[in-house]
Design a protein. Structure first.
Length: 337
């Protein structure tokens, strides 16, 4: 009994010493969340909401700011986190979950190894939808299938749902699509759609309903397809992409190519080599932030869905994605090359 009591006391003392060390390190410092997309989009909106509360849960209560580093579908930010950012716990990267799949597929430009990144979590397990303007003439999947020429959708870059979802949909269910790439973020895609440059795009519903709320409420924007395991409560009458697939292989391609990467779409990670005690301090702060009543209330007001994964769960899901069946990887390479 005395032995276990002694062990418990030592563990408690070790925890207290570690907590004190983390508090001294973070106090007076600034933690940066580097967002791989432009200001005004869904990634930026989530990160700025998180930044307002995250610091209060980190030992030492540092200031937390958001910096935008758009480019190549957030690949520039992910590579920066892996190769350049100091592994001191003061830089957090926020980039697209599809980049993990891009690593699996061996796509050019990936300079990071997802197996070596300490993961903080994701704020929401998300679902990709395709939202198109009423002016485009596409108000349902039926009208989309019946169009005489491909429908133009805006894309940001490989590894993002805006690029990968249209290509997977074209290959798996035969939707006529012309992908117009090179936008810096979904904010620019929305503007392009409203000006008639493109018909719309495919990205996370949590972002669409928050940042394109006015268009949805006015009826000028319609969600015509959802790429999910089951219908969202918000969209009970919008068809699932998998229901339009005619083969098991097509459904597997939709799941591995879009559904899983989108579920972990808003990744938050630290540079490789970040000290384990700081990783744990930030993971704990992440979990506490996701449960913070004030943060949850603000997210609700802003129409931001919170259904968070912690660092351990995200690490497991990323690991599973990195172990996809080689035959399925080969099929996806042909579609997403």
């Amino acid at each position: 009994m005395r032995r276990w009591l002694s062990i418990a006391i030592l563990v408690t003392l070790a925890w207290a010493v570690s907590a004190d060390a983390q508090s001294k390190f973070f106090e007076g410092k600034t933690v940066r969340i580097v967002v791989g997309f432009s200001a005004g989009g869904g990634y930026d909106t989530y990160s700025r909401a998180i930044a307002r509360y995250f610091g209060r849960h980190i030992p030492g209560k540092p200031t937390v700011i958001v910096e935008n580093m758009p480019g190549a579908g957030s690949m520039i930010a992910a590579n920066h986190l892996y190769k350049i950012a100091k592994p001191d716990g003061l830089t957090i990267g926020n980039f697209a979950g599809g980049l993990v799949l891009a690593q699996v597929l061996g796509q050019p430009g990936i300079e990071f190894d997802a197996r070596k990144l300490p993961w903080l979590g994701v704020p929401s397990r998300e679902v990709c939808v395709c939202a198109l303007t009423k002016a485009s003439g596409v108000t349902s999947v039926a009208t989309w299938m019946a169009t005489a020429k491909p429908v133009k959708l805006g894309g940001v870059g490989p590894g993002t749902s805006t690029d990968d979802a249209p290509r997977v949909l074209a290959a798996s269910i035969g939707l006529p699509i012309q992908l117009v790439r090179g936008y810096k973020g979904t904010a620019e895609i929305r503007l392009a759609a409203e000006s008639g440059e493109v018909a719309g795009g495919c990205w996370q519903w949590e972002s669409v309903k928050s940042t394109w709320r006015q268009g949805l409420e006015s009826g000028e924007v319609n969600v015509v397809l959802q790429i999910a395991r089951k219908p969202l409560a918000d969209l009970p009458n919008v068809p699932l992409a998998s229901s339009l697939a005619k083969t098991d292989e097509a459904r597997q391609i939709i799941t591995a190519g879009v559904i899983v990467p989108t579920e972990i779409g808003r990744l938050y990670a630290l540079p490789p080599g970040t000290p384990a005690d700081r990783v744990q301090a930030l993971r704990t702060a992440w979990t506490e932030t996701m449960r913070d009543p004030e943060f949850v209330a603000e997210a609700k007001r802003s129409k931001l869905e919170i259904d968070a994964m912690d660092g351990d769960e995200l690490t497991r899901v990323v690991g599973e994605l990195l172990k996809l069946d080689p035959a399925l990887v080969a099929k996806l390479k042909g579609i997403l090359k």
